[in-house]
Design a protein around this ligand. Structure first.
Ligand SMILES: O=P(O)(O)OC[C@H]1O[C@H](O)[C@H](O)[C@@H](O)[C@@H]1O
Length: 323
């Protein structure tokens, strides 16, 4: 066993997590909570591909046609969009973090909150020389995926500028979460009413949302701006509500490709749009800038959190969410 394998094993043995082979032999980490909930994270993309409640029911949508083969990003789950969201810049769509191989971070810097009672894994992404030809910046991107005792899933990202050439860098970001829903026409989203949004289907023009909670009857691709820290997705048929609680991510992207675009995507089933909805905690309108390493100081860092939790319509929402 090499010393780095030993360090990974030691980091993993502290927590009930397992590293195993997933689709096409790609490595994945499986987190399990004592009450039965679980989550799976592929090192390819630092990509969450499964999140199940304590009845083993899948809460994320992953396409039956998803291609688990680099460099194609995985269709569904939670892709990480960094250092660019969508086509808002000159890099490839959604940046490159979602199709790079991440590593297990055996020595993460301490977290302000105590996670000792939770199941989590820490991943890290650093650029290769090839990446630096595309985006000439040195960075450390640390991602902690935590499965809470009530089955809630928390993603914490910490990004540091490690440039020693005196250059700041600027990025946009999203957790591109694909929620599984029973029937898109029965779903509504609360928390975005009356907000301004940029409509990707109308040249990113700015509009103001009218009326009540958001419902779906055609393609939607909107970036809601300066959104509240809590957003809810209500699924009447499933009698289930997902609550998203976010910090450091002012925007929220809502996307459903609907039938025509679904048919145009090779890695997405023709009718699958009926059973998914992306609500993405994001920082898009105001890109983040981080200062480089100085003579006496570390490079600047940025952190963002996204907590998602299902609750069922017979339950009281967990206090972790409504706080
Ligand atoms: O197909 P992808 O590159 O994964 O992007 C899927 C979608 O992601 C976001 O939600 C964007 O707002 C959409 O414009 C885009 O179509």
């Amino acid at each position: 066993m090499t010393s780095s394998t030993a360090a990974v094993t030691a980091a993993i043995e502290r927590f009930p997590v397992e590293i195993c082979k997933g689709m096409n032999g790609l490595e994945k980490v499986v987190l399990r909570e004592v009450r039965g909930s679980s989550a799976e994270v592929y090192l390819y993309g630092g990509h969450i591909t499964s999140w199940k409640n304590d009845h083993g029911e899948e809460l994320l949508f992953v396409s039956s046609k998803a291609i688990f083969k680099p460099p194609k990003p995985i269709r569904g789950g939670i892709p990480i969009c960094f250092p660019q969201f969508s086509n808002h810049g000159s890099l490839e769509q959604h940046g490159f973090a979602r199709n790079r191989f991440w590593s297990i971070d055996t020595n993460p810097p301490p977290f302000p909150t105590n996670s000792s009672t939770k199941t989590f894994v820490d991943l890290i992404l650093k650029p290769t020389e090839e990446d630096m030809k595309i985006w000439p910046h040195s960075f450390e991107f640390r991602l902690r995926v935590t499965l809470g005792p009530s089955g809630d899933l928390m993603l914490t990202s910490r990004i540091r500028n490690t440039n020693t050439d005196g250059k700041p860098f600027t990025f946009t970001f999203a957790y591109h979460t694909y929620f599984s829903v029973s029937d898109i026409s029965e779903v509504r989203v609360e928390g975005l009413e009356t907000l301004d949004y940029l409509d990707n289907l109308q040249n990113k023009q700015r509009f103001t949302e009218q009326g009540d909670a958001i419902t779906f009857e055609s393609e939607v691709d909107k970036i809601y701006l300066s959104t509240p820290t809590k957003i809810a997705i209500l699924d009447h048929e499933k009698k289930r509500t997902f609550v998203i609680r976010k910090d450091g991510l002012p925007d929220a992207v809502v996307w459903n490709p609907w039938d025509k675009k679904a048919r145009a995507m090779a890695d997405f089933g023709d009718d699958e749009y009926k059973h998914m909805l992306c609500v993405e905690a994001a920082a898009v309108e105001k890109p983040i800038t981080l200062k480089p390493v100085g003579s006496l100081i570390l490079g600047e860092s940025w952190a963002a959190e996204n907590l998602i939790c299902p609750f069922y319509h017979v339950q009281v929402p967990p206090t972790a969410i409504w706080g």
